[in-house]
Design a protein around this ligand. Sequence first.
Ligand code: HMG
Ligand code: MG
Length: 313
Amino acid sequence: MSAGGLPMVVPARGLPARVRIHEVGARDGLQNERASVPTAVKAEFIRRLAGAGLTTIEATSFVHPKWVPQLADAEQLFPLVSDLDVELPVLVPNQRGLDRALTLGARRIAVFASATESFAKANLNRTVDESLAVFEPVVRQAKGAGARVRGYVSMCFGDPWEGAVPLRQVTRVCKALRDMGCDELSLGDTIGVATAGHVRELLALLNEEGVPTDVIGVHFHDTYGQALANTYAALEHGVTTVDASAGGLGGCPYAKSATGNLATEDLVWMLHGLGIRTGVDLGRLTATSVWMAEQLGRPSPSRTVRALSHKDQ
Ligand code: HMG
Ligand code: MG
Protein backbone atom coordinates (compact mmCIF):
# COMPACT_ATOMS: atom_id res chain seq x y z
CA MET A 1 0.00 0.00 0.00
CA SER A 2 1.24 3.49 -0.75
CA ALA A 3 1.03 6.27 1.83
CA GLY A 4 -2.31 7.83 2.81
CA GLY A 5 -4.52 4.76 2.70
CA LEU A 6 -4.49 4.47 -1.08
CA PRO A 7 -3.50 1.48 -3.21
CA MET A 8 -0.35 1.57 -5.32
CA VAL A 9 -1.36 2.23 -8.91
CA VAL A 10 -0.39 -0.49 -11.37
CA PRO A 11 -2.54 -0.31 -14.51
CA ALA A 12 -3.57 -3.47 -16.34
CA ARG A 13 -4.03 -3.64 -20.10
CA GLY A 14 -7.38 -3.69 -21.83
CA LEU A 15 -9.46 -2.09 -19.10
CA PRO A 16 -11.55 1.11 -19.32
CA ALA A 17 -9.88 4.40 -18.35
CA ARG A 18 -12.88 5.51 -16.32
CA VAL A 19 -15.78 3.82 -14.55
CA ARG A 20 -19.06 5.42 -13.49
CA ILE A 21 -20.09 4.11 -10.11
CA HIS A 22 -23.85 3.88 -9.65
CA GLU A 23 -24.14 4.19 -5.88
CA VAL A 24 -27.08 2.21 -4.45
CA GLY A 25 -26.44 2.36 -0.69
CA ALA A 26 -29.27 4.75 0.11
CA ARG A 27 -31.78 2.59 -1.81
CA ASP A 28 -30.63 -1.04 -2.04
CA GLY A 29 -28.72 -0.67 1.22
CA LEU A 30 -31.34 0.98 3.37
CA GLN A 31 -34.36 -0.89 1.95
CA ASN A 32 -33.16 -3.94 3.83
CA GLU A 33 -32.40 -2.41 7.22
CA ARG A 34 -34.43 -3.71 10.15
CA ALA A 35 -34.27 -0.43 11.99
CA SER A 36 -36.01 2.46 10.36
CA VAL A 37 -33.48 5.14 9.51
CA PRO A 38 -34.64 8.74 10.09
CA THR A 39 -35.23 10.71 6.90
CA ALA A 40 -32.73 13.38 7.96
CA VAL A 41 -30.03 10.71 8.36
CA LYS A 42 -30.75 9.36 4.87
CA ALA A 43 -30.48 12.87 3.44
CA GLU A 44 -27.19 13.44 5.24
CA PHE A 45 -25.92 10.09 3.94
CA ILE A 46 -26.72 11.11 0.35
CA ARG A 47 -25.10 14.51 0.85
CA ARG A 48 -21.94 12.92 2.22
CA LEU A 49 -21.85 10.45 -0.69
CA ALA A 50 -22.05 13.38 -3.10
CA GLY A 51 -19.32 15.13 -1.11
CA ALA A 52 -17.13 12.05 -1.59
CA GLY A 53 -17.37 12.49 -5.36
CA LEU A 54 -20.09 10.03 -6.31
CA THR A 55 -22.10 11.46 -9.19
CA THR A 56 -24.92 8.89 -9.53
CA ILE A 57 -26.64 8.23 -6.22
CA GLU A 58 -29.82 6.15 -6.21
CA ALA A 59 -31.91 8.00 -3.66
CA THR A 60 -35.01 5.93 -2.86
CA SER A 61 -37.95 3.99 -4.34
CA PHE A 62 -41.52 5.09 -4.98
CA VAL A 63 -42.90 1.63 -4.22
CA HIS A 64 -45.81 0.58 -2.06
CA PRO A 65 -45.01 1.68 1.53
CA LYS A 66 -46.39 -1.59 2.91
CA TRP A 67 -44.07 -3.62 0.70
CA VAL A 68 -40.94 -1.65 1.62
CA PRO A 69 -41.67 0.37 4.78
CA GLN A 70 -38.00 1.38 5.04
CA LEU A 71 -38.46 3.66 2.03
CA ALA A 72 -41.95 4.91 2.87
CA ASP A 73 -40.51 8.41 3.36
CA ALA A 74 -39.60 8.87 -0.34
CA GLU A 75 -41.83 11.99 -0.61
CA GLN A 76 -40.11 13.59 2.37
CA LEU A 77 -36.58 12.53 1.43
CA PHE A 78 -36.36 13.45 -2.24
CA PRO A 79 -36.87 17.23 -1.78
CA LEU A 80 -34.16 17.25 0.90
CA VAL A 81 -31.53 16.18 -1.64
CA SER A 82 -32.86 17.31 -5.01
CA ASP A 83 -30.70 20.45 -4.98
CA LEU A 84 -27.53 18.34 -5.19
CA ASP A 85 -25.61 18.57 -8.44
CA VAL A 86 -25.61 14.79 -8.97
CA GLU A 87 -27.88 12.31 -10.69
CA LEU A 88 -30.48 10.92 -8.29
CA PRO A 89 -32.19 7.89 -9.82
CA VAL A 90 -35.28 6.53 -8.09
CA LEU A 91 -37.02 3.17 -8.50
CA VAL A 92 -40.62 2.99 -9.67
CA PRO A 93 -42.58 -0.27 -9.97
CA ASN A 94 -45.59 1.07 -11.89
CA GLN A 95 -47.58 4.13 -13.02
CA ARG A 96 -48.39 5.18 -9.47
CA GLY A 97 -44.68 5.17 -8.59
CA LEU A 98 -43.80 7.15 -11.71
CA ASP A 99 -46.46 9.78 -10.97
CA ARG A 100 -45.10 10.21 -7.45
CA ALA A 101 -41.52 10.52 -8.73
CA LEU A 102 -42.24 12.94 -11.59
CA THR A 103 -44.34 15.19 -9.34
CA LEU A 104 -41.28 15.71 -7.16
CA GLY A 105 -39.09 16.50 -10.16
CA ALA A 106 -37.19 13.20 -10.40
CA ARG A 107 -35.66 12.83 -13.86
CA ARG A 108 -33.66 9.64 -13.42
CA ILE A 109 -36.05 6.70 -13.28
CA ALA A 110 -35.41 2.98 -12.83
CA VAL A 111 -37.88 0.18 -13.46
CA PHE A 112 -37.05 -3.26 -12.13
CA ALA A 113 -37.86 -6.50 -13.91
CA SER A 114 -36.95 -10.08 -13.14
CA ALA A 115 -35.48 -12.85 -15.25
CA THR A 116 -37.48 -15.41 -13.24
CA GLU A 117 -41.17 -15.91 -12.57
CA SER A 118 -40.65 -16.65 -8.87
CA PHE A 119 -38.95 -13.35 -8.15
CA ALA A 120 -41.33 -11.37 -10.38
CA LYS A 121 -44.15 -12.72 -8.23
CA ALA A 122 -42.36 -12.17 -4.90
CA ASN A 123 -41.11 -8.68 -5.74
CA LEU A 124 -43.79 -7.21 -7.97
CA ASN A 125 -46.82 -9.49 -7.47
CA ARG A 126 -46.91 -10.02 -11.25
CA THR A 127 -45.63 -12.53 -13.81
CA VAL A 128 -42.57 -11.51 -15.82
CA ASP A 129 -44.71 -10.57 -18.82
CA GLU A 130 -47.32 -8.78 -16.72
CA SER A 131 -44.61 -6.67 -15.14
CA LEU A 132 -43.07 -5.87 -18.55
CA ALA A 133 -46.54 -4.80 -19.70
CA VAL A 134 -46.77 -2.49 -16.66
CA PHE A 135 -43.34 -1.00 -17.43
CA GLU A 136 -43.96 -0.28 -21.11
CA PRO A 137 -46.17 2.83 -20.67
CA VAL A 138 -44.17 3.86 -17.59
CA VAL A 139 -40.92 3.94 -19.59
CA ARG A 140 -42.63 5.72 -22.48
CA GLN A 141 -44.07 8.40 -20.20
CA ALA A 142 -40.81 8.83 -18.28
CA LYS A 143 -38.91 9.34 -21.53
CA GLY A 144 -41.59 11.76 -22.70
CA ALA A 145 -40.99 13.76 -19.52
CA GLY A 146 -37.29 13.96 -20.39
CA ALA A 147 -36.14 11.31 -17.94
CA ARG A 148 -33.30 8.89 -18.45
CA VAL A 149 -34.50 5.36 -17.70
CA ARG A 150 -32.57 2.41 -16.32
CA GLY A 151 -33.98 -1.10 -16.52
CA TYR A 152 -32.89 -3.51 -13.82
CA VAL A 153 -33.05 -7.23 -14.43
CA SER A 154 -32.91 -9.29 -11.24
CA MET A 155 -31.87 -12.93 -10.82
CA CYS A 156 -29.65 -12.89 -13.91
CA PHE A 157 -27.29 -15.56 -12.57
CA GLY A 158 -29.39 -17.72 -10.26
CA ASP A 159 -32.63 -17.68 -8.31
CA PRO A 160 -33.26 -18.93 -4.77
CA TRP A 161 -36.48 -20.71 -5.78
CA GLU A 162 -35.66 -21.84 -9.32
CA GLY A 163 -31.90 -22.46 -9.14
CA ALA A 164 -29.99 -22.00 -12.40
CA VAL A 165 -31.39 -19.35 -14.76
CA PRO A 166 -30.98 -20.01 -18.50
CA LEU A 167 -29.04 -17.20 -20.21
CA ARG A 168 -31.69 -16.74 -22.90
CA GLN A 169 -34.34 -16.17 -20.23
CA VAL A 170 -32.21 -13.22 -19.07
CA THR A 171 -31.50 -11.82 -22.52
CA ARG A 172 -35.20 -11.94 -23.41
CA VAL A 173 -36.04 -9.60 -20.54
CA CYS A 174 -33.04 -7.36 -21.28
CA LYS A 175 -34.11 -6.97 -24.89
CA ALA A 176 -37.71 -6.28 -23.92
CA LEU A 177 -36.55 -3.45 -21.64
CA ARG A 178 -34.31 -2.04 -24.39
CA ASP A 179 -37.12 -2.29 -26.94
CA MET A 180 -39.44 -0.27 -24.71
CA GLY A 181 -36.80 2.49 -24.53
CA CYS A 182 -34.64 1.92 -21.45
CA ASP A 183 -31.40 3.85 -21.92
CA GLU A 184 -29.41 1.55 -19.68
CA LEU A 185 -29.68 -1.97 -18.27
CA SER A 186 -28.36 -3.20 -14.95
CA LEU A 187 -27.71 -6.94 -14.68
CA GLY A 188 -28.62 -7.94 -11.14
CA ASP A 189 -26.96 -10.83 -9.34
CA THR A 190 -29.56 -10.43 -6.62
CA ILE A 191 -28.32 -13.32 -4.45
CA GLY A 192 -24.63 -13.04 -5.28
CA VAL A 193 -24.12 -16.48 -6.83
CA ALA A 194 -22.48 -15.45 -10.12
CA THR A 195 -18.93 -16.39 -11.02
CA ALA A 196 -16.67 -14.69 -13.55
CA GLY A 197 -17.12 -17.10 -16.47
CA HIS A 198 -20.90 -16.82 -16.14
CA VAL A 199 -20.64 -13.02 -16.30
CA ARG A 200 -18.55 -13.25 -19.48
CA GLU A 201 -21.03 -15.64 -21.09
CA LEU A 202 -24.02 -13.43 -20.40
CA LEU A 203 -22.28 -10.28 -21.66
CA ALA A 204 -21.15 -12.08 -24.82
CA LEU A 205 -24.65 -13.41 -25.49
CA LEU A 206 -26.18 -9.99 -24.97
CA ASN A 207 -23.76 -8.54 -27.55
CA GLU A 208 -24.55 -11.38 -29.92
CA GLU A 209 -28.26 -10.62 -29.56
CA GLY A 210 -27.73 -6.93 -30.34
CA VAL A 211 -27.40 -5.32 -26.90
CA PRO A 212 -24.22 -3.20 -26.92
CA THR A 213 -21.86 -3.21 -23.94
CA ASP A 214 -22.08 0.56 -23.48
CA VAL A 215 -25.71 0.33 -22.27
CA ILE A 216 -24.94 -2.41 -19.73
CA GLY A 217 -24.22 -1.90 -16.05
CA VAL A 218 -23.51 -4.66 -13.55
CA HIS A 219 -25.07 -5.04 -10.11
CA PHE A 220 -23.37 -7.65 -7.96
CA HIS A 221 -24.35 -8.64 -4.45
CA ASP A 222 -21.42 -10.09 -2.54
CA THR A 223 -23.00 -13.11 -0.81
CA TYR A 224 -20.30 -15.55 -1.93
CA GLY A 225 -17.43 -13.04 -2.08
CA GLN A 226 -17.44 -13.04 -5.89
CA ALA A 227 -18.51 -9.46 -6.57
CA LEU A 228 -15.05 -8.01 -7.26
CA ALA A 229 -13.97 -10.94 -9.45
CA ASN A 230 -17.21 -10.62 -11.37
CA THR A 231 -16.68 -6.89 -11.74
CA TYR A 232 -13.19 -7.47 -13.09
CA ALA A 233 -14.60 -9.87 -15.69
CA ALA A 234 -17.15 -7.22 -16.69
CA LEU A 235 -14.43 -4.54 -16.96
CA GLU A 236 -12.40 -6.83 -19.22
CA HIS A 237 -15.49 -7.07 -21.40
CA GLY A 238 -15.66 -3.26 -21.59
CA VAL A 239 -18.41 -2.50 -19.05
CA THR A 240 -17.97 0.99 -17.58
CA THR A 241 -20.99 1.28 -15.24
CA VAL A 242 -20.73 -0.59 -11.97
CA ASP A 243 -23.30 -0.56 -9.16
CA ALA A 244 -22.04 -0.60 -5.59
CA SER A 245 -23.21 0.28 -2.14
CA ALA A 246 -21.23 2.41 0.32
CA GLY A 247 -19.98 0.25 3.15
CA GLY A 248 -21.50 -2.86 1.50
CA LEU A 249 -24.98 -2.12 2.85
CA GLY A 250 -27.82 -3.93 1.25
CA GLY A 251 -29.91 -6.89 0.23
CA CYS A 252 -33.43 -7.34 -1.01
CA PRO A 253 -36.38 -7.84 1.34
CA TYR A 254 -38.04 -10.15 -1.21
CA ALA A 255 -35.01 -12.44 -1.81
CA LYS A 256 -34.04 -14.01 1.49
CA SER A 257 -30.58 -15.16 0.46
CA ALA A 258 -29.50 -11.73 -0.77
CA THR A 259 -26.83 -9.95 1.27
CA GLY A 260 -25.22 -6.58 0.71
CA ASN A 261 -24.02 -5.24 -2.58
CA LEU A 262 -20.42 -5.01 -3.62
CA ALA A 263 -19.02 -2.36 -1.25
CA THR A 264 -18.18 0.89 -3.03
CA GLU A 265 -14.94 1.23 -1.07
CA ASP A 266 -13.76 -2.26 -2.11
CA LEU A 267 -14.61 -1.38 -5.72
CA VAL A 268 -12.81 1.97 -5.55
CA TRP A 269 -9.72 0.35 -4.02
CA MET A 270 -9.53 -2.07 -6.94
CA LEU A 271 -10.31 0.51 -9.64
CA HIS A 272 -7.83 3.09 -8.36
CA GLY A 273 -5.18 0.40 -7.98
CA LEU A 274 -5.73 -0.41 -11.65
CA GLY A 275 -5.39 3.27 -12.54
CA ILE A 276 -9.09 3.55 -13.47
CA ARG A 277 -10.60 6.96 -12.70
CA THR A 278 -13.83 7.21 -10.68
CA GLY A 279 -13.81 10.75 -9.28
CA VAL A 280 -14.30 9.30 -5.80
CA ASP A 281 -12.29 10.39 -2.75
CA LEU A 282 -11.78 7.08 -0.94
CA GLY A 283 -10.99 8.74 2.41
CA ARG A 284 -14.20 10.78 2.42
CA LEU A 285 -16.23 7.81 1.26
CA THR A 286 -14.82 5.59 4.01
CA ALA A 287 -15.55 8.28 6.59
CA THR A 288 -19.13 8.38 5.30
CA SER A 289 -19.55 4.62 5.71
CA VAL A 290 -18.05 4.71 9.20
CA TRP A 291 -20.51 7.48 10.08
CA MET A 292 -23.42 5.49 8.57
CA ALA A 293 -22.35 2.34 10.44
CA GLU A 294 -22.54 4.37 13.67
CA GLN A 295 -26.06 5.46 12.77
CA LEU A 296 -27.06 1.83 12.12
CA GLY A 297 -25.29 0.57 15.24
CA ARG A 298 -23.19 -2.10 13.54
CA PRO A 299 -19.87 -2.20 11.69
CA SER A 300 -19.63 -2.02 7.92
CA PRO A 301 -19.06 -5.37 6.22
CA SER A 302 -16.69 -3.73 3.72
CA ARG A 303 -13.13 -5.07 4.07
CA THR A 304 -11.72 -1.77 2.81
CA VAL A 305 -13.76 0.30 5.27
CA ARG A 306 -12.57 -1.92 8.10
CA ALA A 307 -8.92 -1.79 7.01
CA LEU A 308 -8.86 1.97 6.50
CA SER A 309 -10.83 2.84 9.62
CA HIS A 310 -8.71 0.57 11.87
CA LYS A 311 -5.59 2.12 10.41
CA ASP A 312 -6.69 5.51 11.73
CA GLN A 313 -7.31 4.29 15.27
P1 HMG B 1 -49.82 -4.84 -5.50
O1 HMG B 1 -50.29 -5.12 -4.13
O2 HMG B 1 -50.03 -5.89 -6.56
O3 HMG B 1 -50.37 -3.43 -6.00
O4 HMG B 1 -48.28 -4.52 -5.40
P2 HMG B 1 -51.66 -3.08 -6.81
O5 HMG B 1 -51.24 -2.56 -8.16
O6 HMG B 1 -52.65 -4.21 -6.78
O7 HMG B 1 -52.26 -1.88 -5.96
C1 HMG B 1 -52.69 -2.09 -4.62
C2 HMG B 1 -52.70 -0.76 -3.86
O8 HMG B 1 -51.37 -0.28 -3.75
C3 HMG B 1 -53.48 0.33 -4.55
O9 HMG B 1 -54.08 1.14 -3.50
C4 HMG B 1 -52.44 1.14 -5.24
O10 HMG B 1 -52.79 2.50 -5.43
C5 HMG B 1 -51.29 1.04 -4.26
P3 HMG B 1 -55.64 1.05 -3.20
O11 HMG B 1 -56.30 1.44 -4.49
O12 HMG B 1 -55.88 -0.38 -2.83
O13 HMG B 1 -55.78 2.03 -2.07
N1 HMG B 1 -50.01 1.21 -4.95
C6 HMG B 1 -49.05 2.10 -4.61
N2 HMG B 1 -48.95 3.00 -3.62
C7 HMG B 1 -47.85 3.76 -3.59
N3 HMG B 1 -46.85 3.65 -4.49
C8 HMG B 1 -46.92 2.76 -5.48
C9 HMG B 1 -48.05 1.95 -5.55
N4 HMG B 1 -48.41 0.98 -6.41
C10 HMG B 1 -49.62 0.53 -6.03
N5 HMG B 1 -45.91 2.69 -6.37
C11 HMG B 1 -46.35 -3.35 -6.24
C12 HMG B 1 -47.53 -4.26 -6.57
C13 HMG B 1 -45.47 -3.33 -7.46
C14 HMG B 1 -46.88 -1.97 -5.94
C15 HMG B 1 -45.61 -3.91 -5.00
O14 HMG B 1 -45.31 -5.24 -5.26
C16 HMG B 1 -44.32 -3.17 -4.70
O15 HMG B 1 -44.35 -2.02 -4.29
N6 HMG B 1 -43.17 -3.84 -4.88
C17 HMG B 1 -41.87 -3.23 -4.64
C18 HMG B 1 -40.87 -4.24 -4.17
C19 HMG B 1 -39.51 -3.62 -4.01
O16 HMG B 1 -39.36 -2.41 -3.90
N7 HMG B 1 -38.45 -4.46 -4.02
C20 HMG B 1 -37.09 -4.02 -3.85
C21 HMG B 1 -36.54 -3.33 -5.07
S1 HMG B 1 -35.98 -4.45 -6.33
C22 HMG B 1 -34.38 -4.90 -5.84
O17 HMG B 1 -33.96 -4.61 -4.76
C23 HMG B 1 -33.50 -5.60 -6.85
C24 HMG B 1 -32.42 -4.68 -7.44
O18 HMG B 1 -31.56 -4.17 -6.44
C25 HMG B 1 -31.57 -5.45 -8.48
C26 HMG B 1 -31.02 -6.79 -7.93
O19 HMG B 1 -30.32 -6.79 -6.90
O20 HMG B 1 -31.31 -7.77 -8.60
C27 HMG B 1 -33.05 -3.49 -8.19
MG1 MG C 1 -29.87 -5.22 -5.57
